[in-house]
Unconditional design. Structure first.
Length: 175
């Protein structure tokens, strides 16, 4: 004899819908976790884009720095005051605002070795006077003739519309 067991079914008025409430709460929690993850991903994408912009700006400025230093061989004649069209400037006034910080300064020379997809960097070269070649050589008495070398401060800026701005400086010792 085949007996089937019957499970009693609760009357409809006794069912409370607890499963539905639990599933809705879990769905809400999963949605909030998804939104938090999405927000984190968007932030990381922005950070990556900013890092790329900064890296590209730095590379452009570095290439501009090499181009500016190449204009110093052979050593050019620098103006007695102000700057010339080549971006070569006289020795800076120590009491005045630095040229690269002055928004009214407009003697930047634009680099020339860049393609159409990249804004070319701008540079200036300032005569800085003589400086020692090795540590304390200027303290020798008498000063050795090869001790002092003419110094130049090379400042390059890379500014692209809506992108990172990079400013690099080096001190170049003449030959």
């Amino acid at each position: 004899m085949n007996r089937r067991t019957r499970h009693p079914v609760a009357p409809a008025r006794r069912q409370r819908g607890a499963t539905l409430v639990v599933v809705l709460i879990l769905l809400l929690v999963m949605t909030l976790l998804g939104l938090a993850s999405l927000r984190s991903t968007v932030l990381e994408e922005r950070m990556t884009a900013n890092l790329l912009d900064r890296s590209l700006g730095f590379q452009v400025a570095e290439a501009g720095l090499r181009e500016a230093e190449a204009t110093l061989d052979p050593l050019p004649v620098f103006p007695a005051a102000g700057c010339n069209a080549n971006g070569h400037c006289a020795r800076p006034n120590p009491t005045a605002m630095e040229r690269w910080l002055d928004p009214g300064f407009n003697a930047w020379r634009t680099g020339s070795v860049f393609d159409a997809t990249t804004d070319a960097p701008q540079f200036i070269i300032e005569e800085m006077g003589e400086g020692p070649n090795w540590r304390d050589c200027d303290r020798l008495s008498p000063i050795h003739p090869l001790c002092l070398t003419q110094r130049y401060r090379v400042t390059v800026r890379s500014q692209q519309n809506g992108r990172a701005s990079v400013l690099l400086q080096t001190i170049y010792a003449g030959k």
